[in-house]
Write a protein that binds this ligand. Structure first.
Ligand SMILES: *[C@@H]1O[C@H](CO)[C@@H](O)[C@H](O)[C@H]1NC(C)=O
Ligand SMILES: *[C@@H]1O[C@H](CO)[C@@H](O)[C@H](O)[C@H]1NC(C)=O
Ligand SMILES: *[C@@H]1O[C@H](CO)[C@@H](O)[C@H](O)[C@H]1NC(C)=O
Length: 972
């Protein structure tokens, strides 16, 4: 009884006494512990006051000054404590450090009681459950050096009072759901050495230029902070030499900013670094030797203004896997020993000014997959050793000065693309090229290749693009060419080919371009060419073709047609008797047409008098015809607003805009979007089509104009089984419309998330979901890797994946899509600035929001979100994930839970029942999964998490995603 009264009395007195003994501190501490904290694990059981234990200095978590034994620091990290913030610890007058990280403390931190703590130097509360507004620190907190509040549930803006904490060295607010923008007043905190504001969900805003005054900063983390606009010039101050002190940096990602100047030499001190990416900046100068000698796994300097020679040491790095330095101005030769010491898989030195030869040991470790060296001045022969490189699947080394013969074994490699255009190579294509079974693009134009085109080339069923133009090939076109069912583009112009055009070409039904001009081809034009359903370009000019022009060619929808300078004869089919085709027929003296001056008319010259009569008759007839035409067309003019000016047809469709127009009624609307309405239109034939009507006519609304243009430009050109087909587009004065094949089952988004029971689908089973995932991935991989130029979709989401009657997916809606452009060449890994933030909420990759730039990896992220939708059946922003959590965060956390075994637990294989249980929380309860399917879901989940990695570099390419999905075995 007396002890209790004594201690109560004591604590009352202590609160107003300035000097307290450590005995008093013991009372304070143990009382606060009892009243404010719950200690389920009993970690603080030694916090008791007994006769011989009245000094807290040896209590768990307490530190005292070694001289006067006063309590200076409390560190209770990771003790499993719960309760509210223990303000009254601060009644211990000598206390300066409070660290309470990794506990379950919660509630708000209020400014009035917190003022008790105004003397403290350090406040570290990471990883707790504190909520409400960030704590306010009044000006009395003059000594505050460190505030760390990472991973709590604080909300609201950063209080202005933080701008006055001028002694602050460290401010870490990572992982809270703050609002507002990055406040400029933080620039007042000039003593800061570390500022961390990652993953805080600011509103989109710029990095304040005031941050330039933070000259002592050595660690700045602004990942995923919704930063937009350019990095202010002043930020250049932030990469001082001191950055090199961050010795433990593993990955330094500064890519896609506006960084200029030279790379600070001190980066070479970051010896633990493995991934280094400063691509897409305005960096200049030479690559410092010290940085080149870092043992990096991935080394990305692309898209800058670096110059000078590569330090030789760069090739001695035993870790190097990915080396991308394209689009710079490097000179000199490529170090010969590249690849000798490490398993380089991707080597992209394209668009520089390298001279000298290709490094002969590049595939020494048998790991090289992609060799990209176009656009340099590389000379010499293609090393014989490359022929032994079975891992190689992609070669682009156009626009160099390579000479000699291509090693026979290089032609036989399992390549998907072989691009050697515009060099000085010679020799012939060996028949053994038939071993290159995966070859899809063969581009070797502009060399001195000669000999015949081997018939064995017809074994390469994957060939899509064959460009042999501007060489000295002779002989005839192989007649087996009909076996190349995937051919899309054939360019063989400017060679010495003779023989006839094989009419079997007509079975290459995907052929869109056929250029055979400037050869010595003989015989007639095969009428069957008219059967090619999608041929747009046909150039047969400057050959020795004879016979009549087959009227069958009129069936083609030709954008370009040229048969000039041949020996064609007879009457030009009447459908071609139009001015736009005039030039197509020049240089064929034996062709005739009634009214196509200067092409001679077909009849022999009649008697002069007769001519006069005929002329009079003609004039009368002409006037009559005009009058008739006027009457006839009058109704057409009256419904002028509906008249279309321009119709472009991409695929044969049996209808005109007049058939469609009456059906564009409210009843037929099947969807609407920002750019217009989508209607379902049924033709007389019974065929159903989807028609998108865009608001306004040309020039009315710029957004809608650009949507129209990008759809037409991209879809008119792209053909792939998993990409929606644009059949036709019409552009009128007041409207434009786009006609697509109709997709029976609507969008994947509808099927997965629609409230009402979906028409055709009750539940999507896993097998169907998986094949949708794979199909969509293939469509995107095509856009990124095979389309020329490569295309980034920019709005990948479940609502833009349409499903046909067999649930086969088609990627749709290219209104925001953009080709990846570069000055003279196209390569998928290159990026282009985007004009405005595009994409849909929940699908936007973290980097997308602040860099204002887009690359194909942003699509990969969005695709990862779609995978997660397929697995969970939830929308990307489903409210059940909890506030401020999206599907990615949710899946990541769930995945972490189910894959973190207790230490030493070896039972982490697929059969572990624990895994099953936990994974099943994540998957859509509507699916019933077999054990085998569970494994597949697990694999797809891992792929989804790879795709949604915050760092674009860590995301796989779409081609890789397709591979991973197809692989049967689980991921490593
Ligand atoms: C603290 O010191 C006292 C003696 O001053 C001793 O009796 C007690 O066991 C010590 N406690 C711990 C946890 O070491
Ligand atoms: C308080 O924490 C800081 C930084 O963590 C440290 O440098 C300092 O030595 C600590 N002071 C005491 C008294 O423990
Ligand atoms: C704090 O956590 C406890 C459980 O540890 C809980 O009962 C209480 O409601 C929480 N308080 C707040 C404000 O979240």
């Amino acid at each position: 009884m007396t002890t209790i009264t004594t201690s109560l009395f004591l604590s009352l007195v202590l609160s107003c006494v300035l000097q307290v003994s450590s005995n008093g501190d013991a009372e304070i501490l143990s009382r606060v512990k009892r009243s404010r904290l719950s200690d389920p694990d009993g970690k603080l059981n030694d916090w008791i006051i007994t006769g011989d234990n009245r000094n807290p200095c040896n209590w768990t978590g307490i530190k005292c000054d070694s001289k006067n034994r006063s309590v200076t620091a409390i560190d209770l990290s990771g003790y499993g404590l719960s309760g509210g913030f223990p303000y009254e610890f601060c009644r211990v007058r000598t206390l300066v450090n409070i660290t309470l990280s990794e506990n379950n403390l919660n509630g708000t931190i209020d400014s009035a009681p917190l003022s008790l703590c105004s003397r403290i130097h350090v406040l570290i509360l990471n990883e707790n459950g504190f909520s409400g507004k960030l704590p306010e620190f009044s000006p009395e907190f003059r000594s505050l050096r460190v505030i760390e509040l990472e991973s709590n549930l604080f909300t609201g803006e950063i209080p202005e009072s933080y701008g006055k904490l001028t002694s602050l060295r460290v401010l870490n607010l990572n992982g809270n759901s703050l609002g507002g923008i990055v406040p400029a007043f933080l620039g007042n905190l000039t003593e800061l050495t570390r500022l961390e504001l990652a993953y805080v969900r600011f509103e989109p805003g710029p990095i304040p230029s005031t941050f330039g005054s933070l000259t002592k900063l050595s660690y700045l983390r602004l990942t995923n902070s919704n930063l937009v606009g350019e990095i202010p010039d002043s930020i250049g101050n932030l990469i001082p030499e001191s950055i090199g002190k961050l010795k433990s940096v593993y990955q330094l990602e500064l890519y896609d900013n506006n960084l200029s100047g030279k790379l600070p030499e001190s980066i070479g001190n970051l010896t633990a670094m493995r991934n280094f990416d400063v691509s897409q900046n305005n960096l200049t100068g030479e690559l410092p030797e010290k940085i080149a000698s870092l043992q990096l796994v991935s080394f990305n300097l692309n898209d800058n203004f670096f110059n000078g020679e590569l330090p030789r040491v760069v090739a001695l790095n035993p870790n190097l896997v990915e080396f991308k330095i394209f689009n710079n101005s490097f000179t000199g030769t490529l170090p010969r020993s590249f690849g000798k010491f490490s398993g380089v898989t991707e080597f992209d030195v394209s668009t520089n000014r390298f001279s000298g030869e290709l490094p002969p040991y590049l595939c020494y470790m048998k790991k090289l997959e992609r060799l990209i060296s176009f656009g340099n001045r590389i000379k010499g022969e293609i090393p014989e050793s490359y022929g032994e490189c079975d891992s190689l699947n992609y070669i682009r080394t156009a626009d160099n000065k390579l000479s000699g013969e291509v090693p026979v074994k290089v032609w036989e490699l399992p390549l998907t693309r072989l691009e050697l255009s515009n060099n000085q190579l010679q020799g012939s294509i060996p028949p053994s090229i038939s071993n290159a079974r995966n070859l899809s693009q063969l581009e070797i134009s502009g060399n001195n290749f000669s000999g015949e085109i081997p018939g064995r080339i017809c074994d390469l069923g994957e060939l899509r693009v064959v460009d042999l133009s501007r060489n000295r090939f002779s002989g005839s076109l192989p007649s087996c060419i009909n076996r190349l069912k995937n051919l899309e583009r054939v360019e063989m112009q400017e060679n010495m080919l003779d023989g006839e055009i094989p009419s079997s070409l007509s079975s290459c039904s995907k052929l869109t371009e056929l250029k055979l001009s400037d050869n010595r081809l003989r015989g007639g034009i095969p009428p069957k060419l008219g059967e090619l359903p999608v041929l747009n370009y046909l150039d047969l000019s400057n050959n020795q073709l004879s016979g009549e022009i087959p009227p069958e060619l009129l069936k083609l929808k030709l954008n370009q047609f040229d048969v000039s300078d041949n020996r064609l004869s007879g009457k030009i089919p009447s459908g071609f008797q139009q001015d736009i085709f005039l030039r197509s027929f020049f240089g064929n003296p034996d062709l005739c047409a009634p009214d196509m001056d200067p092409i001679r008319p077909c009849r022999s010259k009649p008697e002069p008098r007769f001519v006069l009569v005929i002329s009079v008759v003609c004039i009368v007839a002409l006037i009559g015809a005009l009058v008739w035409l006027f009457i006839k067309t009058k109704p057409l003019f009256q419904r002028k607003p509906k008249r279309t000016d321009k119709v472009t047809i991409f695929q044969r469709v049996g209808f005109t805009e007049e058939d469609a127009y009456p059906q564009l009624t409210e009843d037929n609307i099947i969807g609407s979007g920002g750019s217009g309405l989508v209607y379902r239109v049924t033709l007389k034939s019974g065929e159903t089509l989807a028609v998108k009507k865009l608001w306004g006519g040309p020039g009315r609304k710029p957004e809608s104009e650009s949507v129209f243009r990008s759809e037409v430009e991209i879809l008119g050109r792209v053909r792939h089984g998993n990409i929606v087909k644009l059949l036709m587009c019409c552009s009128g004065e007041e409207f434009r419309f786009l006609v697509y094949e109709f997709m029976e089952n609507g969008s994947l988004g509808d099927v997965l998330h629609s409230e009402k029971e979906h028409r055709a689908v009750s539940t999507l089973d896993w097998t169907t979901r998986f094949s949708i995932a794979l199909g969509a991935a293939q469509g995107l991989a095509y856009l990124h890797h095979d389309s020329v130029p490569a295309i980034v979709h920019r709005d990948v989401k479940s609502n833009n994946i349409l499903l046909d009657h067999e649930m086969k997916p088609r990627v749709a809606d290219f209104g925001l899509a953009k080709p990846l452009k570069r000055e003279d060449n196209n390569s998928v890994s290159h990026v282009s600035p985007m004009s405005c933030v595009a994409g849909s909420y929940g699908y936007i990759a973290p980097e997308y929001g602040y860099t204002m730039r887009v690359n194909e990896k942003s699509d990969v992220y969005s695709f990862g979100v779609v995978l997660l939708e397929l697995i969970t059946g939830k929308r990307p922003n489903d409210s059940s994930f909890g506030e401020n959590k999206d599907i990615v965060k949710y899946a990541m956390e769930s995945a972490l839970c189910y894959s973190s075994p207790s230490p030493g637990d070896k039972a982490m294989n697929q059969d572990s029942p624990g895994n099953f249980r936990d994974l099943s929380k994540l998957v859509d309860p509507k699916m019933e999964l077999s054990r085998g399917e569970y494994e597949e879901v697990e694999k797809v989940l891992e792929i989804a998490l790879l795709c949604t990695s915050s760092f674009p570099i860590s995301r796989p390419t779409m081609r890789k995603v397709v591979e991973l999905l197809k692989e049967k075995k689980p991921l490593e």
